[in-house]
Write a protein that binds this ligand. Structure first.
Ligand SMILES: Nc1nc2c(c(=O)[nH]1)N[C@H]1C(S)=C(S)[C@@H](COP(=O)(O)O)O[C@H]1N2
Ligand SMILES: [Mo]
Length: 534
């Protein structure tokens, strides 16, 4: 592509874009990774794209939806820059104007992120400036290929170079734009600038990472709980190869959030403010929080976007302060029926005040599975509320609890089409066998998990084809707030079979078989696995 003059012009445009991104990165070390143009624009896209498109992206790219978004943004930028350069050969001001437009987009995106200040405009401005300089250098500055075959002849050029190279064919037989010396100089420019941009870009990225909080996190010493978690009964974990372990290791715990770069929250400067419609606003430091009596509980957290049979669910041991106690101190006013958890990155969730005060183990958590919260799971503090989907309750990197009402405020996902209330629905999942397993006829262990947080699971049944439902064996569990493993011995016969599962909660309500999508308030239906037995 770079061998034709047009390819070279496109290459100049792409190089200008690479220089812009590479120049912005070291500036973003100072202003924060969320002000880097690609991240800021990507974040803006996350917040403004319509929900169906987002669902589509998640369906297509799965866990790599964020990577796909960043790669997509970068490719669009490269394509835009290439086109701009082709135009700019004729009208330089159009190319520079285009770069200014890109830079403006970066500035707007950076300034509209939650908690942004004026300095957040600097990375995009620096990138735009150096990108424009690069484009100029290639198209009519020192690195120019003189002249571009489709460039308009300029009066300044005509008398000097005109005799040799003006027009499509040079007098000496060299086609315009192919002077080997100019071409070498041009390509050397591309190489040097791309290399320099890579060095500053990756170096900046690395420096930004070193400014992260993993060292501060490692230095944290969590207090022992005054109320420890119940001991996990022997047999709660059936230890079957394909079955999700009873306690999900933090490293394998699902992660869902809108953050394109993980918020790095310094526990030294972190504060939690409880404010809004309260009688006594509360303001706590991390040290204040750790000094309070802590409880530790197993709670199974689930995402409303979990499809039937999906894995956006995990069970962990959380250490934290009961949110009820914090709210009691603040004293919510009459009618303040919603507690809005607000993250340092501006994300919000809305939880019914009554739910947080009804005696369940709603925690302002600082620990997960015996360690400080991993950065990806909300360090230094997050909310964990048994019985509610994460999008209405599990605010990570939480820095504010604002008392308000549901009538007065819609949290992040509500205007995007999700229900304001998100109690977890009774669900069950088959982990073994897996759909593509090759099974031998005879006894087969069918096993999985079931959950009905707050209510507890009282029965799990399995059905093979059109046979009657058979009751599975429930493993013990620590509380109604965690999932439970179940197993059932199947006498498998050769052929294709359909396995289905359904759970009944402790109120006697059986999980519905009616299939409903994840939006607006959680999927329903029976998980179905097709098994082939030889
Ligand atoms: N700050 C912040 N907190 C958040 C979210 C988010 O996007 N930003 N997503 C929520 C959602 S939808 C879920 S399901 C849980 C997931 O928590 P996890 O990533 O620790 O599993 O976090 C919740 N907390
Ligand atoms: Mo979620």
């Amino acid at each position: 592509m770079s061998s034709t003059p047009r390819g070279l012009a496109a290459l100049a445009g792409i190089t200008a874009a690479v220089v812009a991104i590479g120049a912005a990165e070291p500036v973003a070390v100072l202003t924060g990774p969320r002000s880097a143009p690609l991240i800021a624009v990507g974040g803006l896209v996350v917040d403004v794209v319509p929900e169906p498109l987002k669902q589509f992206a998640i369906a297509v790219f799965g866990r790599y939806d964020k990577v796909a978004l960043l790669v997509g943004t970068a490719l669009l930028l490269a394509a835009g820059a290439a086109l701009l350069a082709l135009v700019a050969v004729r009208r330089l001001w159009l190319g520079l104007g285009g770069i200014a437009a890109f830079a403006t987009l970066g500035v707007v995106a950076a300034l509209t992120r939650a908690g942004a200040d004026a300095a957040d405009a600097l990375p995009a401005l620096a990138g735009g400036g150096l990108g424009a300089l690069t484009l100029w250098a290639f198209l009519s500055g020192p690195l120019e290929i003189d002249p571009w075959p489709w460039a308009p002849p300029t009066p300044a050029r005509a008398p000097v170079a005109g005799a040799q190279v003006a027009g499509a064919q040079a007098a000496g037989g060299v086609p315009a734009g192919t002077d080997p010396q100019a071409r070498r100089r041009f390509l050397r420019g591309v190489g040097v600038l791309t290399g320099a941009a890579a060095v500053t870009g990756l170096g900046g990225h690395w420096l930004a990472g070193r400014r992260g909080v993993s060292a501060a996190r490692q230095a944290v010493r969590l207090p022992a709980p005054v109320s420890p978690a119940p001991v996990v009964p022997a047999g709660a974990d059936l230890s079957l190869a394909q079955l999700a372990p009873y306690v999900t290791p933090s490293s394998g715990f699902y992660r869902i959030d809108t953050a394109l770069v993980l918020p790095q929250v310094d526990p030294e400067t972190w504060r939690l403010r409880i404010h809004g419609r309260v009688r006594h606003p509360v303001d706590l430091s991390y040290a204040d929080l750790l000094a309070r009596p802590m409880v530790e509980r197993y709670v199974t957290l689930a995402c409303v976007s979990n499809e039937v049979g999906g894995d956006l669910i995990g069970n962990a041991r959380w250490l934290g302060v009961p949110i009820r106690e914090l709210l009691d101190e603040a004293g919510p006013e009459e009618g303040a029926d919603q507690v809005v958890g607000r993250s340092v990155d501006g994300w919000t969730c809305g939880t019914p005040t009554a739910v947080l005060r009804d005696g369940r183990d709603a925690l302002l958590a600082v620990g997960m599975n015996g360690e400080p919260l991993p950065v990806a799971h909300g360090f230094p503090a997050r909310m964990v509320v048994p019985g509610l989907y994460g999008y209405v309750s599990a605010c990570k990197w939480v820095t504010e609890l604002e008392l308000t009402s549901f009538a007065d405020f819609d949290a992040y996902w509500v205007p995007r089409g999700w229900s304001a209330l998100g109690p977890v629905k009774t669900q069950s999942r088959i982990d073994a066998p897996r759909p593509r397993d090759r099974l031998a006829a005879g006894p087969v262990m069918v096993a999985g998990v079931a959950w009905a947080q707050r209510r507890g699971v009282s029965r799990v049944e399995v059905r093979v084809d059109d046979e009657p439902w058979r009751e599975a064996t429930l493993a013990p569990t620590v509380s109604v707030d965690t999932w439970v493993q179940w197993s059932w011995r199947w006498e498998a016969t050769p052929g294709q079979h359909t396995l289905q599962v359904r759970a009944t909660d402790a109120t006697g309500a059986t999980q519905t078989g009616r299939e409903q999508p994840v939006a607006p308030d959680g999927a329903t239906g029976w998980h179905t696995v097709t098994a082939t037995v030889r």
